[in-house]
Design a protein around this ligand. Structure first.
Ligand code: ATP
Ligand code: MG
Ligand code: MG
Length: 372
């Protein structure tokens, strides 16, 4: 069987590996962590740095290579592309790694972002910055789960926040009037061959995704518009693979603005494992192999709930899985992580129901029953 390579072996790499193995491929995982969740299923785990020359040489021998992780070295991906098929491209990953580039591309695609100002040095902050207040100062690179973000109300607070970020390049984003958060996952091979999953409605708790509800409880026309926008962004990037686009529904008139993108399968797409004809990891496998995207149809309304380390006992004891296991319409997915920390993504479950509200209610109740 053909060998596929992946940069990163976290939970996304693990679910990719399971999908690829099931579809008849062998998988090589590069991840410096000896306990990487994907290692359990991989044919070969290269336990080395993402820039390790020997490991990259092995990946270069794979039929195709992808990534599960946007903070991978984009140059390493460009180098690999001289030897094998790499998707998404190092260029696309580099754009998604940096909010300054990302926002420029979103606008280049003709899509709206929240009003923002690039702040690369203290001199960029002036009275004119007040236009973007109250706002959020986000580091241009390396932020996730709301880390690297400081909320500011005044120019003085903005100066203090920039200093707190040690003067690294940032984007100051104006707070928008959030009515809902959604994400659209695009599966794109080329201009003609691109399909979107139905938008997911995302609810966060403490800056971390808690629930994804599908279908989103929003007008059909708005959902279609969101899919058109995500597809346009993928086209502008000439993106190959699975691209997740986060959007805000803002204001009374439900204007859609693009928040950010992830060049990979996304936490808000985990419901596709149980509720769609093709799941987002199968799509990643298909697209890296040059196959057309699979059918993205939703088979049932559902809600995905994240399971964080918070539901483990202080002594490390396991949550109470029994209620969840007894449910006929819920599916538990654990990532095989050895230690549970607060805020760490340990697994998720997806609950199917007759409609989105019922699925969310059932998922909330089940989630509440996990902690002993
Ligand atoms: P992740 O990559 O884990 O999704 P992140 O650290 O990259 O998170 P963002 O997605 O940019 O952060 O923001 C985190 C959350 O903060 C958003 O989901 C949203 O709830 C809120 N938020 C971000 N930007 C704005 C904004 N301009 N106005 C209002 N709320 C915002
Ligand atoms: Mg992000
Ligand atoms: Mg986000």
């Amino acid at each position: 069987p053909a060998r596929l390579g992946i940069l990163g072996g976290g939970q996304l790499g693990r679910m990719f590996t399971v999908a690829a193995k099931t579809m008849g491929y062998q998988v090589v995982v590069l991840d410096p962590d000896p306990l990487a969740p994907a290692a359990e299923f991989a044919d070969e785990h290269l336990c080395a740095a993402f820039t390790d020359a020997e490991a990259l040489a092995k990946l270069a021998q794979c039929a195709a290579v992808t990534t599960e992780f946007e903070n991978v070295n984009a140059d390493a991906m460009r180098q690999l592309a001289q030897h094998t098929v790499v998707s998404p491209s190092g260029d696309c990953v580099a754009i998604a790694q940096n909010r300054i580039h990302e926002k420029a591309w979103i606008r280049k695609a003709g899509l709206q972002t929240a009003p923002y100002q690039v702040i690369e040095s203290a001199a960029d902050i002036s009275e004119a910055s007040a236009e973007f207040l109250p706002g959020i100062l986000k580091t241009a690179t390396m932020g996730y789960d709301g880390k690297g973000q400081i909320r500011v109300k005044t120019v003085a607070e903005l100066q203090a926040a920039f200093a707190e970020h040690n003067g690294v390049a940032c984007v100051l984003e104006k707070m928008v009037d959030l009515r809902a958060e959604i994400s659209v996952i695009v599966c794109r091979l080329n201009n003609e061959q691109a399909l979107c999953f139905d938008p997911a409605e995302n609810q966060h708790i403490d800056g971390i995704l808690a629930y994804s509800i599908v279908p989103a409880r929003l007008p059909q026309a708005l959902q279609q518009q969101a899919q058109t926008m995500a597809k346009r962004l993928a086209d502008e990037l000439d993106y190959v693979g699975v691209l997740a686009v986060e959007m805000f529904v803002t204001g009374d008139d439900s204007v859609l603005v693009v928040n950010e993108m992830a060049p990979r399968p996304h936490n808000s797409g985990h419901h596709t494992l149980n509720a769609c004809v093709t799941d987002q990891f199968q799509q990643q496998v298909r697209l890296m192999c040059g196959l057309t995207p699979g059918n993205t149809a939703l088979l049932s309304p559902c809600t995905m709930a994240n399971i964080l380390g918070d539901v483990w006992g202080d002594d490390g004891s396991e949550p109470n899985w029994l209620n969840l296991q007894q449910q006929a319409s819920s599916h538990l997915h654990l990532y095989g992580k050895k230690s549970a920390r607060k805020g760490r993504k340990m697994g998720h479950f997806t609950t199917l129901a007759d409609n989105a509200d019922a699925a969310l209610q059932a998922a909330q109740a089940l989630h509440g029953s996990l902690k002993k």
